[in-house]
Design a protein around this ligand. Structure first.
Ligand code: ZN
Length: 506
């Protein structure tokens, strides 16, 4: 319907409308409604008392550079006076060819065009608005240390501002760019975790996912050329187009990390599941919608089995990531090679494994360097359970045998040789001899441990215990004792011996 109006009346009406809108927006903002009306109340509750990151990024794909300004409201949740703070500078792990994050044998696959250096250059740090000295150190300059003026008492907050530039390497590992995608993951200074063992300052080891972080809140603004599509953690609040650029404003509450990928080749397909929109970002048309289907069915199954996924978005993103699949909050990064019809079975397995990590690591966090079995073992077993749910018991048994018991555990004996194999699952990732041993024990034998647990306690009790574990510890970081205590509490039995037998090769 359209109608014409006298010019003066039209301007008066428009002015009144604008005033009404501004007043409305002002009140909505005062009440915090703009941010939270569509956010799960559980996340609003969980977001209280967490560190707050605000990062503004100028993304320059031609030069493979990110210009960043970051504010952090850091809250001392350690329970101790802190005289200094640490942040990981993960991009610097990609700086030196002689200190790579890949095994020697993997270098060609990681850098098909030859080694390419990346890193983060810190230009300026302000503490409480005052320009401050900062120290950069660690194995590959991967740690930032900030000295407090005096000390930060438990519960106190300090405001930090940082200006830095990130150079993206031409690298097909997690961080970097390939032919079709920029993988902006583990890319900004993120606070190290202070736990019972003190500061966790581990470097970017080549084996396992070398990450450990606390849940935090994020507001990220990315300015990118308008031919790029951004897939990210969190909810996109605005896309403002101007002068050939789009400014993306993205909010995320109570997430463990913030990751984004950019591509000028992405096609998207979406599906709603309750309050969550699942989106597949892909450039291989043949299978992009298949990835959406696997993610949607697995998310629905895990929702019912473990407890609600509380976020509004979940994205499956095809990328140049030769390793396979990698989990980030609200987003999984999947290698392009999985999208060929020939590898469709692997595409399904990985597109179920990575969503399971949203529960096991994303929500119930752990130290992935010291306790990887807690998330990888359970995630691998959750993947097996999906096959039972979707295709029946026979398929579940087949997948369990081919992917876990025979596929991995029997192969372990062959791979490790005839000597006595040290089958200890629970040890730091850097103590495994290589990725294969890590995979066979942490994923393979780890999944067998959960399978045996389910067999002993029965399916109903097993799922009941997992729900208890999830409910009790979401948004937190846990250790072995927390997992065992959840199983003990919900079954009235003591499972410590079961875990120790499997974990320590007893
Ligand atoms: Zn995994």
């Amino acid at each position: 319907m359209g109608f014409l109006m006298n010019r003066k009346v039209k301007y008066l009406l428009i002015s009144l409308l604008v005033i009404a809108l501004l007043v409305g927006l002002f009140y909505a903002d005062m009440l915090g409604l703009n941010d939270k009306t569509d956010v799960n109340p559980k996340l609003v509750e969980a977001s209280k008392g967490l560190n707050q990151y605000e990062i503004s990024v100028n993304f320059d794909p031609a030069n493979k550079i990110l210009q960043c300004e970051q504010k952090v409201e850091y809250i001392n949740n350690s329970g101790h006076d802190l005289t200094h703070l640490y942040f990981h500078l993960y991009p610097n792990a990609f700086r030196y060819e002689e200190k790579p994050v890949f095994d020697k044998a993997e270098m060609k696959r990681a850098y098909p065009n030859g080694f390419s250096s990346g890193g983060l250059d810190m230009k300026q740090v302000l503490i409480e608005g005052k320009e401050s000295d900062f120290l950069i150190g660690g194995y590959s300059e991967n740690l930032l240390m900030l000295l407090m003026d005096g000390s930060l008492a438990p519960g106190e907050t300090v405001s930090l501002e940082m200006k830095y530039t990130v150079q993206m390497p031409n690298c097909l590992g997690r961080f970097g760019y390939g032919d079709n995608t920029f993988k902006v993951v583990n890319w900004y200074p993120i606070a190290s975790v202070y736990d019972d063992s003190g500061w966790n300052l581990d470097r970017y080891y080549s084996i396992g996912d070398p990450f450990y972080s606390d849940a935090a809140n994020y507001r990220i603004t990315i300015k990118a050329p308008d031919d790029y599509i951004i897939a990210s953690t969190g909810d996109i609040k605005k896309e403002i187009e101007m002068d050939g650029q789009i400014t993306w404003e993205i909010d995320a509450l109570a997430v463990r990390d913030f990751a984004w990928l950019a591509s000028d080749a992405f096609i998207t397909a979406s599906k709603d599941l309750g309050n969550t929109t699942i989106t597949s970002y892909y450039y291989t048309e043949e299978t992009g919608e298949k990835a959406l289907d696997y993610a949607a069915v697995s998310l629905e199954f895990f929702n019912k089995s473990f407890g609600e996924y509380p976020y509004n978005h979940f994205s499956v993103v095809e990328s140049d990531f030769y390793i396979g699949g990698m989990e980030y909050p609200n987003l999984i990064m999947m290698d392009h090679s999985l999208y060929s019809s020939y590898h469709i079975d692997s595409l399904e397995f990985v597109t179920v494994h990575e969503p399971a990590h949203q529960w096991w690591y994303g929500l119930v966090g752990i130290n992935q360097i010291t306790d990887a079995w807690i998330d990888e073992g359970l995630t691998e077993y959750s993947t097996v359970l999906y096959y039972g749910h979707r295709y029946g018991q026979e398929k579940e048994n087949e997948i369990y045998n081919s992917m876990i018991a025979e596929g991995k555990y029997n192969y372990l004996q062959v791979y490790a040789g005839p000597e006595q194999v040290d089958e200890t699952i629970h040890r730091p990732s850097y103590e495994f001899s290589d990725w294969i041993m890590y995979d066979l024990l942490v994923y393979g034998k780890g999944a067998m441990m959960f399978h045996d647990l389910r067999r002993k306690m029965g399916g109903d009790l097993f799922f009941h215990a997992l729900r208890e574990y999830y409910n009790e510890y979401q948004f937190q970081n846990v250790s072995k004792k927390d997992m065992i205590s959840a199983f003990n509490r919900s079954t009235g039995q003591n499972w410590e011996e079961h875990f120790n037998k499997w974990l320590y090769d007893e």
